[in-house]
Design a protein around this ligand. Structure first.
Ligand code: CUA
Length: 416
């Protein structure tokens, strides 16, 4: 570098350095803000064998990266200090040649060394990374399981889970927001979408799998322990992408069987003359064109069937068509769930204190939030219910009277 280039270079490097600084501040802010999300997603608290493997790989590669960083930065700092030449006292003075250390060009042993060492490090990291990637992609789940597969369907802005307990091609259970799993079983998932690209992720149980419309991506999930594990949509998908949550729930096998048997039962109409019966009337007039309740609603009588036809590519049911709405979550057993509105609100205030199977009987209803949701959903979670080009999300129902809303909630709570 000649002397005349020096000032130009340093002037040029100034704005780029301040840009870097700004980028760094922005990154730190994003990191801080994401730590404030309602549902903390801890990627370093694995609760399944495969999540454990991902975590171990992350820690292993992280340790290697930290060692390399410390060695390289340490060498840079050491050399900068060790071989520093003090500026001459006098401006007219020049650097006397004898103050410079011997100037060397090329060192075969060093160059071979710093080619081989990183290659070996990258080969070791690559070996373990590829091993984990192949394990992640291996979806040949064991034969010993209760579930043939679960079709996972992303839709702006919630998740539907269609359980196939056998291989007859017909879903036996259709639910939304919560993926309930028997502990210790690796379950095959088929991830897809009804509209735009979403991404399925429950960090405690596995990595991410994109949900692409018209495509079925195989994936697996296993709950290693009993509990509720939060998940998010991790592909930007519009207005309420940040509020497209879900829960995976691990249950002991016997409990899971109880859950599954209950989920397969149709709902029954509430007894005449009760609040719930009045609520069912409101529901069938206002809600049933989008929400399905097995045994009570029939999509074949409503306009919603047309919207189902639109979503033909997304593993729609053929025989039990009445179970899949294509427009909104199936509510047949909503009272058995711990959350609603795409997993963002807890349906009961004491979800962490009550056993999952006892929620409907011992749960402390989060009534205020549920009513607020029914009355004006878009105010609780941004959506596009009035979009002229593509309606998405629940309509506000501000015209409902207080009695209507009370009765509606009474009806929903019979759906256990
Ligand atoms: Cu769905 Cu982001």
């Amino acid at each position: 570098m000649t002397e005349s280039e020096l000032p130009v270079q340093s002037v040029r490097s100034m704005p780029s350095r301040s840009r870097q600084l700004r980028a760094l501040v922005a990154l730190a802010t994003v990191a801080l803000l994401s730590a404030c999300a309602d549902t903390p997603l801890d990627t370093m608290a694995p609760e399944s064998p495969i999540a454990n493997e991902i975590n171990n790989l992350f820690i292993g590669v992280g340790i290697v990266a930290i060692i390399v960083f410390v060695l390289v930065q340490g060498a840079v700092i050491y050399m900068a200090r060790r071989f520093r030449v003090d500026a001459p006292d006098d401006e007219d003075d020049v650097y006397p040649d004898e103050e410079f250390p011997a100037q060397i060009h090329g060192n075969t042993r060093l160059e071979i060394g710093w080619t081989i060492v990183p290659t070996v490090i990258m080969a070791i990291v690559g070996f373990f990374t590829l091993g984990t990637l192949f394990n992640l992609d291996d979806v040949s789940a064991s034969d010993d399981q209760q579930i043939e597969k679960v079709v996972v369907v992303g839709q702006q802005w919630w998740w539907e889970f269609q359980y196939h307990l056998d291989d007859d091609g017909v879903a036996d259970i259709v639910t939304a927001g919560e993926l309930v799993l028997p502990v210790g079983e690796e379950i095959l998932l088929e991830v897809t979408s009804r509209d735009v690209i979403h991404s399925f992720w429950v960090p405690a149980l596995n990595g991410k799998r994109d949900a692409v419309p018209g495509r079925s991506s195989p994936w697996t999930i296993e709950a290693g322990s009993v509990g509720r594990f939060p998940g998010e949509c991790t592909e930007f998908c519009g207005l309420s992408h940040a509020y497209m949550e879900k829960w995976a729930v691990g249950l002991e096998l016997a409990d899971w069987k109880t859950w599954a048997a209950n989920q397969m039962a149709d709902a029954t109409a509430p007894a005449e003359g009760t609040d719930a019966a009045a609520g069912w009337e409101v529901f069938s007039a206002q809600c049933a064109s989008c929400h399905v309740i097995n045994g009570l609603t029939s999509l074949n009588d409503t306009d919603a069937v047309d919207s189902v036809e639109l979503y033909d590519g997304a593993n729609r049911l053929i025989d039990k068509q009445t179970q899949v709405s294509g427009a909104a979550p199936n509510l047949t057993h909503i009272a058995s769930r711990s959350s609603f509105a795409g997993g963002i609100f807890e349906l009961y205030e004491n979800v962490d204190e009550v056993d999952y199977l006892d929620l409907a009987s011992a749960g402390d209803l989060n009534r205020g939030q549920l009513e607020a949701w029914i009355i004006n959903a878009p105010e609780q979670k941004a959506n596009a219910w009035d979009s002229p080009t593509g309606q998405r999300g629940m309509t506000p129902f501000e015209a409902l009277s207080d009695d209507d809303v009370d009765n509606l909630v009474a009806f929903l709570m019979t759906l256990d």
